[in-house]
Write a protein that binds this ligand. Structure first.
Ligand code: GLA
Length: 367
């Protein structure tokens, strides 16, 4: 054996649910989210033979040789991208191996990829002794996804996976990178229902939406859509498509600020209404919904005890999140999936969640 396997260390990072603030992150806007109590656990140990061996319960084994790392289009790009960013930050990695297991559904818009990145980053911090603030680690993981995987995502997923807190929602200002938590209403639950229709952010739609938003900001003569108001929009003659994309972002930022007040006032009914308006805007303005997501929202919002519902995450498939009375969450989830199955034939198992701890609160970073 040409390597020494040292002590095995463990790190955990959760997935996230985007409560409100759709596609606002890369527009320097605001987002409300929560970490889930589902996520990815990494167990790993150092090697000294320049090899990286990654094993995933669900997706198999991948190997790579240091120091040159190239993306392959496989799941291993997420952890390898993080390794690459550690190397660029000057961290010495002589080789390592890691086993990943996950309780998150893949492709549901719950950030299984960010959980994989953050779990890798947290594990590498422990293995190498490299120290980073949670925000710097979130940014490093985002860079891994942008530069190595090739998805131009914002900071929402990685920041929530790190800063989430049990029983709290996360409020993130993507311009100032200020991040804080707000108590999640005692009486509420989050019911997440996967449409079971494939969601792939590596598809061009996400980057296309991003380009339209940047185009809108450019035409409005502002640094980012964060700075736009509805009054600015009505003053400018923008092409219809660009107008609607911008209207979505402006509306979402407004709704996130209103939602923050609703949470401060312990008012889930108002938060729910804002979520349902957000979905309508996704459907009409941003066109990142699907017939299945629209159907799920329609079914959910017709059930007593549901305060509101919307698609969550990038869109183009994936899951909806409904804000429901906590007491009835189980029955509500079952009813949504029963109706959805009757209408589409898709079997779906609802997740009933309360916000969980992010990697930092779960003490997984070793700092
Ligand atoms: C995906 C991206 C995030 C964010 C959301 C949409 O989850 O990874 O950065 O843009 O879509 O709000």
């Amino acid at each position: 054996m040409c390597y020494t396997v040292e002590m095995t260390l463990r790190a955990f990072a959760p997935g996230r649910v985007e409560i409100l603030g759709n596609h606002t992150d890369y527009n320097e806007g605001v987002v409300l989210s929560a970490a889930l109590d589902l996520g990815t656990t990494a167990h790993g140990a150092m090697r000294d033979d320049q090899k990286i061996i990654l094993r995933s319960e669900k997706t198999g084994e991948a190997t790579a040789n240091l120091p040159s790392l190239q993306p392959s289009g496989e799941w291993s790009d997420y952890p390898l991208g993080v390794v690459k960013m550690f190397l660029e930050a000057g961290v010495k990695i002589p080789g390592f191996e890691a086993d990943f297991s996950s309780t998150l559904p893949v492709g549901a818009g719950l950030s299984s990829s960010a959980a994989l990145e953050v779990a890798t980053g947290a594990l590498l911090m422990k293995l190498t002794g490299f120290s980073s603030t949670p925000m710097d680690l979130a940014k490093l993981c985002r860079r891994a996804e942008n530069e190595f995987v090739g998805v131009n995502c914002g900071l929402l997923d990685q920041a929530t996976s790190l800063f989430g807190e049990a029983e709290h929602a996360v409020f993130l200002d993507c311009r100032t990178e200020a991040i804080g938590t707000l108590p999640f209403p005692e009486s509420a639950a989050l019911v997440i229902v996967n449409s079971e229709v494939k969601h792939a952010l590596t598809g061009g739609e996400y980057n296309e939406r991003r380009d339209s938003c940047f185009e809108a900001a450019r035409r409005l003569g502002i640094p980012a859509l964060r700075d736009a108001t509805f009054a600015d929009l009505s003053r400018m003659e923008l092409p219809d498509l660009i107008h609607r994309r911008a209207a979505h972002i402006i509306g979402e930022n407004d709704r996130v600020f209103q939602a923050r007040e609703a949470l401060q006032a312990g008012d889930p009914a108002t938060l729910g209404k804002l979520m349902t308006s957000s979905h309508a805007s996704s459907r009409i303005n941003f066109e990142n919904s699907t017939p299945e997501l629209d159907l799920l929202v329609k079914i959910a919002t017709a059930i007593p005890g549901v305060w509101g519902a919307r698609l969550t995450g990038g869109g183009f498939g994936g899951a909806i999140v409904a804000l429901t009375e906590r007491e009835y969450a189980l029955q509500i989830g079952a009813e949504i999936s029963r109706h959805y199955h009757a209408r589409t034939g898709h079997q779906t198992i609802p997740l009933i969640c309360r916000p969980g701890d992010g990697a930092w609160h779960a003490n997984t970073l070793g700092i």
